[in-house]
Design a protein around this ligand. Structure first.
Ligand SMILES: C[C@H](O)[C@H](O)[C@H]1CNC2=NC(N)=NC(=O)C2=N1
Length: 96
């Protein structure tokens, strides 16, 4: 069973993920991505989906045209865990 991060671990993780925001409901990390058009947004989602499936850790997300909103939370832990931090870093690396 994966554990939720402690307050100290969260603060350290957020400091390393300046483009992500802590959210409360669900307890996790959120980031909005904006692209040139739907094609670019959906291409990004495809790449995130492959990462997520490999990690067996899946985002809560929505897409409207060129925008993708992602929330990362760990259902098995009831909140933010290291898996969310790892996936957030991997997603950031995709678009660098
Ligand atoms: C059985 C499977 O490993 C689990 O259900 C995984 C799948 N993907 C998951 N994704 C997320 N975000 N949280 C989980 O707890 C989770 N659990």
């Amino acid at each position: 069973m994966i554990a939720r991060l402690t307050e100290e671990e969260r603060a350290a993780a957020l400091a390393r993920l300046p483009l992500w925001t802590a959210v409360a409901d669900p307890d996790g990390l959120s980031r909005r991505f904006t692209f040139a058009d739907f094609n670019a947004a959906f291409g990004f989602m495809t790449r995130v989906a492959i990462l997520a499936e490999k990690a067996d850790h899946h985002p809560e997300w929505s897409n409207v045209y060129n925008r993708v909103d992602i929330v990362l939370t760990t259902h098995d832990a009831g909140g933010l865990s290291q898996r969310d931090v790892d996936l957030a870093q991997a997603i950031d690396a995709l678009i660098e």
